[in-house]
Design a protein. Structure first.
Lengths: 229, 229
């Protein structure tokens, strides 16, 4: 029997990373999910991540804590900066400085400890959120770094960064996730979700998500704080 | 008057990063020091970092907390793995998986928030510690990643990674630091320093440091737990 690969999967608790975990499982990997508590205001996504890890058969689930919020500079970590509820242009204030660099670095560390072969991250450049660290060229540069950064890389076994959602639209992601049995009702995407995980229906993340379900022609399973909005 | 550059300086509290901060100050930078509490057993270095930041005129000093220790896999974060006290070959067990990748990622985030032009890190490849993430090719790959990762990079102002110690020997670093007024007695290098910052005199970090002072012909100012060792 061939060895099933071991993978670290970054799991935020949103629909993209849940689908990414389902894909990693389908790829045959033993999946170790990693969520990051970075002081985000939508902490309900961490509870969602724990549920999703269990639902999708992750071998383990860890939450790494990091005081990124102390740096400020983002609507997701600084209570003084409001989450925008209108469509904006350019890089939005929900951008967290160097977030994906930090998250991938942590995942790389865990991959080294667990001797994982792959690192899955649900970055997506199509329904472009305007985040610089969600682009294919960023992922390629991180792979180059990972090829030099770790003991295992030096020993000839670098971890492979897999970003299976990179070129999918939100509708594509929903179709793919549904086909793999992802329970989207268990996921939390909203940037200002209530402690119970109820979505605002107005932020960028909510708008992209609702539009995705509309395009696919599926009922939107999201739990909204104001169902009659 | 030309604008003085702003820099984020990774400051562990050891002699290398202290010298690196002194160099950044000499370069004319307004320096914002960043230390990382990652669950290291030699926590006395964090106290040392605060002293050094003040002594060398840093504009600010932050300690970011990160639960890297939960991952295990290193003698520096796992109490079950002893710090070696004999010379070893290969990558030592004091290697912390992906540590410099994580630290540089955090510094990159802070540089983005502070709109810093430079990021100083005291990595050193000469008195080679055997760590894969202390090599020039690793630093170059991180620069490539930083050029793509942040809002400011996208806007044409990427941060420049400066590693002024990369090609210096430990003796060179001591000479350079002394010339810049670094108080090495305030620094803590030992991997298993006591809570008061007293050095063991036996680990790799202690051996390299003592050998450096011997080569330069300076009295070793290190406070040892056992002065008669």
């Amino acid at each position: 029997m061939s060895r099933i690969g071991r993978a670290v999967v970054l799991l935020s608790g949103g629909m993209d990373s849940a689908t990414c975990l389902a894909i990693a499982r389908q790829d045959g990997c033993e999946c170790h999910a990693l969520s990051i508590d970075y002081g985000q205001r939508h902490r309900a996504e961490l509870d969602a991540a724990a549920r999703i890890a269990a639902l999708l058969g992750a071998a383990s689930h860890r939450v790494a804590r990091i005081s990124l919020g102390d740096f400020g500079g983002s609507a997701l970590t600084d209570p003084a900066i409001a989450v925008p509820e209108q469509v904006s242009t350019g890089i939005p204030v929900t951008y967290v400085p160097a977030r994906n660099t930090v998250f991938l670095a942590l995942a790389l560390g865990l991959a080294e400890v667990l001797e994982a072969d792959r690192l899955y991250a649900g970055m997506n450049a199509v329904d472009y959120s305007g985040y610089p660290d969600c682009r294919p060229e960023f992922a390629a540069a991180f792979q180059q770094l990972a090829n030099l950064a770790t003991r295992r890389a030096v020993e000839g076994q670098p971890v492979t960064l897999c970003t299976p959602l990179m070129h999918l639209s939100k509708a594509d992601i929903i179709r793919r996730g549904q086909g793999l049995g992802v329970d989207f009702a268990a996921t939390v995407s909203c940037y200002q979700a209530s402690p119970a995980g109820e979505a605002c229906g107005r932020c960028d993340a909510c708008r992209l998500r609702a539009e995705g379900f509309r395009q696919v022609g599926l009922p939107d399973p999201t739990r909204y704080a104001d169902p009659g909005r």
